[in-house]
Design a protein around this ligand. Sequence first.
Ligand code: HEC
Length: 318
Amino acid sequence: MNIKTGIAVSAFCLLTSCEDLAIHFTPTKKPIASHSKLAEKAEHFFWDTLHQGKYDNISTSTKLLLAAYLENPNDPLLAAHLGFLHIWKITERQRIANPPPEIVDDIILAKKYFADAVELQTNDARFLGFYGDSEMVEGSIFHDKRQQTKAYFTLKNAIHQWPQFNYFTAGYVMTTLPKQSEHFQTALDWQWSTLDLCAQTKINHNNPDFSPYLNLETQVGPQRACWNSWIAPYNFEGFFLNMGDMLVKQGDWKTAITLYKNATLMKNYSTWPYRKLLENRIAHAKENVENFQHSSASPDKSMMINSGYGCVACHQNK
Ligand code: HEC
């Protein structure tokens, strides 16, 4: 704060809260992209780790990204990718035998780094969506109802900015809620809304066959979040795996099978590393109505988000 602003602030302090004004007049962080060798190496290692689904490399990847972020704590991508590593760690914790209590630190850290990413890159609604998810999960772990309400509105805002991406992202963390809860139902409505947006028409809820819309595939603009890409090579398959799981959990296992089968329509389906997970679900949809009400050690009997592959089912490319 310079002297002039300082005087102005002091004058206003008489009228309103000094603290609010001082904070208001202090500049926010500004984005600066990194070009160092370290940042390049950290980014490269990050994408390899995610695309190869190497959960065991998360801590090495975190070390590298954190070193690069400390070198330049104004890079939005480094911040976001740190957030993604931490949320990946906690989401796929079923891969660790007996995850320790400190696994919750990963959601606290995810929230911190997504907050930085949102501040540095306000126009990327993907980071806002994941910030909202972290806020929601942290609020739920620590029984903070007010934080969960705040998170819900963060997510609504993220959906407003990029619905094709964030209806899924926001609803995904709510798939573990009891099926009769209001928020589980909302999360399911949000998946239907994704389908309507992606198909650019109202999808029939009794027969949600997606084959008529495959020609709408694109790699650009907001609609790209409906399809596969270099970033998320099996997004289409993963989306239908989760949505099928939600319908099974709700009890409508017959419609769920149509949803699961949509995944098989995609041209790269046969190379999807997680196709066995899907095929097992098609074979056991009816029994899973009961299985999906609880958590289970078996990936075949757990909702996708609790399967141990809740991120890599969309992101692993081999
Ligand atoms: C249903 C599939 C799906 C699931 C599940 C999923 N993602 Fe994604 N993810 C996507 C899509 C789609 C994008 C957006 C791609 C784009 O921007 O073109 C994306 C974007 C990303 C990005 C890119 C950020 C950048 O800098 O461009 C990262 C990293 C990421 N997700 C990590 C994760 C992690 C970690 C999880 C688990 C907590 C997860 N994703 C769960 C589909 C998924």
